[in-house]
Write a protein that binds this ligand. Structure first.
Ligand SMILES: Cc1cc2nc3c(=O)[nH]c(=O)nc-3n(C[C@H](O)[C@H](O)[C@H](O)COP(=O)(O)OP(=O)(O)OC[C@H]3O[C@@H](n4cnc5c(N)ncnc54)[C@H](O)[C@@H]3O)c2cc1C
Length: 485
């Protein structure tokens, strides 16, 4: 694994071309198939290179949440009001580092994206899952998958559920249903997806990208293209890049796993950089160790090793995790009393112990004398009235934790199981054009999906479904622009 950039090949050094196409797409995940379909629809000849096999992409592992709103058919059918304006307000609050214009376009184009996805050949179920969970357990089409209902957020943007799930029961594989349908459609339209063939470098004519070199087992070659769309995934599987740019992801080595496939090695990002593109937000990560479901776990309080709370526990799981990993020594505990004690469904957090008194618990957890007692006394006093004046946890989850004995689950890095992926990527404009440091586009090259930086900027602001949503939305825009370029 390396952080090295693949040396671009000069066009004069290419002896012969194996193929000549209008648009070459690198990667057959959600971003790549979306770009390819749109480029083809715009009349371009298209070839997709895929280093792995059919559905070995990270998109195929995904649960199948797409973050969509502004009045989708599922929102209407289940009685939820939403508008592009409210959706954009929410996303601006959650992703302040993202260009507001990208958010506006995404929110305004969300219903059309919903329709485009369904036109691939499936229907999001017209049903709503009302509980707090990581993903709908069955085929329910809609649930809240972000921080929309948290107090500071709901005062800015009217809450609406936007986590649309592909109707596949379970936690994984929904993304694969959609990419599979898109691959079938590409085949129907005569677009070749060449598997086990990895792009190795970009080809330059002056400053302009005019193709890419490839390798398939022992064979190598070069493809001439009017435009190249890089849709090659993130870099969570590249140890050297993680160490250099996103060391927060190293917590998964202590106890956890990478949310990605083997080829999430950042080669796409490095190809873009090799021709003058710049990457942004590479230090930002999505890390999560959800302690819910069951939803009732949210009645507990999370405290750091100083016995202090630091987040509203009803936040979206990667937001809570991001705050945990910022605490001293990345140490935190979820405290419950005997009336609220349950087991986290995923079993990621070990139970530390149980104690008869809060004083004993604070000592057992190595906290300064009196610190946890003070925190819990204040919390319990307000909780009697269903209030959480400090962090504004929703009243549904606020009860006094005053029924001993008490127990603590360990949320600390190394103890709790954390899963993560990289969020940063190539800086791109609204049409996916790869940008230089001065903001000018590198001619002939685009990027979309996890190798580009768009709306999903970090775990604190992440809402489930944003990655597949933006991969398809900005992938399609890149494909269209590339076809017309
Ligand atoms: C378990 C799990 C659950 C998730 N659930 C969700 C969810 O429900 N909703 C959501 O929004 N996000 C989810 N995510 C995140 C989401 O899956 C990814 O962010 C998203 O799929 C990225 O799409 P992509 O098209 O950019 O990359 P990918 O789907 O990884 O596609 C990139 C493709 O490029 C190929 N490639 C790489 N290098 C080259 C090269 N040099 N030449 C040719 N091909 C190359 C790779 O083999 C890969 O197939 C989940 C992730 C995981 C792991």
């Amino acid at each position: 694994m390396t952080t090295a950039l693949p040396e671009p090949v000069r066009v004069d050094d290419v002896g012969s071309w194996s193929d000549e196409v209008d648009v070459l797409v690198i990667g057959a995940g959600m971003a790549g198939v979306s770009a390819a379909l749109e480029a083809r629809a715009a009349g371009a000849s298209v070839l997709v290179l895929e280093r792995g096999g059919r559905l070995t992409c990270t998109s195929a592992m995904a649960g199948g949440h797409f973050y969509l709103g502004g009045g989708t058919a599922v929102q209407h059918a289940t009685g939820w009001e939403d508008s592009p304006e409210e959706m954009a307000k929410y996303l601006r609050l959650m992703s302040p580092a993202c260009d507001p214009e990208k958010i506006r376009l995404y929110a305004e184009g969300s219903v059309e994206l919903f329709d485009w996805l369904e036109a691939l050949g499936f229907e999001f179920e017209r049903s709503f899952y009302p509980r707090k969970a990581v993903i709908q357990p069955n085929t329910e089409g809609l649930m809240f998958t972000g921080n929309e209902k948290c107090l500071d957020v709901k005062e800015v943007a009217k809450p609406a559920p936007r986590g649309h799930k592909v109707p596949k029961p379970g936690d994984t594989g929904g993304g694969g249903v959609v990419v599979g349908l898109a691959l079938d459609k590409l085949a129907d339209q005569g677009v070749e997806v060449r598997y086990e063939t990895g792009a190795t470098a970009l080809v330059l004519d002056g400053d302009r990208v005019v193709g890419a070199t490839w390798k398939s087992f022992d064979e190598t070659g070069a493809i001439r293209a009017r435009s190249v769309v890089i849709a090659a995934g993130g870099f969570v599987s590249n140890r050297a890049m993680v160490e250099e740019y996103a060391p927060d992801l190293l917590a998964i080595e202590e106890n956890g796993m990478a949310l990605g496939n083997t080829y999430d090695d950042g080669l796409g990002i490095r190809m873009g950089q090799s021709v003058g593109g710049v990457a942004e937000n590479l230090d930002r990560v999505f890390m999560t160790g959800p302690f819910y479901p069951p939803e009732e776990m949210l009645r507990g309080i999370a405290v750091n090793k100083d016995g202090q709370r630091f987040v509203n526990e009803d936040s979206y799981h990667s937001r809570t995790s991001a705050f945990v990993l910022e605490q001293p020594d990345r140490t935190a505990y979820l405290i419950l009393d005997s009336a609220t004690m349950l087991e986290p469904a995923y079993g990621f957090q070990p139970l530390v112990d149980g104690w008869d008194t809060i004083e004993e618990m604070e000592e057992g957890l190595g906290m300064p004398a009196g610190a946890l007692v003070k925190t819990m006394t204040a919390y319990n006093e307000a909780a009697v009235n269903g209030e959480d004046p400090e962090f504004h946890k929703a009243p549904d989850y606020v009860v006094p934790l005053d029924q001993g004995p008490w127990g603590a689950y360990d949320l600390s890095a190394g103890k709790c199981f954390y899963a993560g992926f990289s969020c940063g990527g190539l800086q791109v404009d609204v049409d996916g054009r790869v940008l230089r440091a001065d903001g000018s586009p590198v001619e002939g090259v685009y990027a979309a999906g996890a190798c580009a930086s768009n709306i999903a900027v970090d775990g604190k602001g992440y809402s489930s479904g944003t990655q597949l949503g933006e991969a398809s939305f900005f992938g399609r825009r890149a494909g269209r622009h590339a076809a017309g370029a």
